[in-house]
Design a protein around this ligand. Sequence first.
Ligand code: DX5
Ligand code: ZN
Length: 243
Amino acid sequence: MILSPSLLSADFTCLGQEVEHLETAGLGWLHLDVMDGAFVPNITFGPPLIKALRQRSGLFFDVHLMVEGPARYLADFKAAGADLLVIHAEADRHLQRTLCAIRALGCKAGLAFNPGSDLGRLRWLAADIDLLLLMSVNPGFSGQSFIPQSLDKLRIARALLDEANARHVPIQVDGGACPENTAALLEAGADVLVSGSAFFAHKPYDARLATFMAAAAACPAHTARPSLAEALTWRHHRDAPCA
Ligand code: DX5
Ligand code: ZN
């Protein structure tokens, strides 16, 4: 399992220190929730904040774009230091083109689905994605309750990807993840767990990471998945453009 802590639940008065603490605690990824006030009923931050954090961090930046028409901003997020750009299936009319544009910039391309969205189109996009994100809450806020139907959806998503010759594509789940549901999420097909409130409420971060990893050990089978092996190879490359 990879744990990607969501910055949204960090202490906003000292974000530079927070990302440094995450790195020294042994985290490898950072989940950055970009909200535009149109796709979701909340506004967070954009490329300038990501660029500032990039000066302090070598973490793999997992940028979740909850933004209408994300194609307009891809180059800005790449220049700010994003490693993975995840767009929403509901927010773009030309998904295949936008996913290809993300890859052409040198980023990993992720596709996200809201809890109420059908996964049917995944079949036509599986070859163009590096990661699938399933929302297990309705996007917009941290601290919401996990939607239990997400477990069935995870199983269906894994089967769809496998049928589409995309066994190597990792699945990320975002919303309401915690040590108590970690084993069930992994058993259902998750490779990467995003955690905001359930992670940041417990310090120190190395102990909290250990708690999640201990919970993951209850589902040892997940470690054999090609999709997890793939995601474990992803790193931030410091020579990437960071203008
Ligand atoms: C919700 C965001 C999530 C959120 C997760 O719109 O995309 O990443 O920060 O927070 P928790 O883990 O508290 O549900
Ligand atoms: Zn998110």
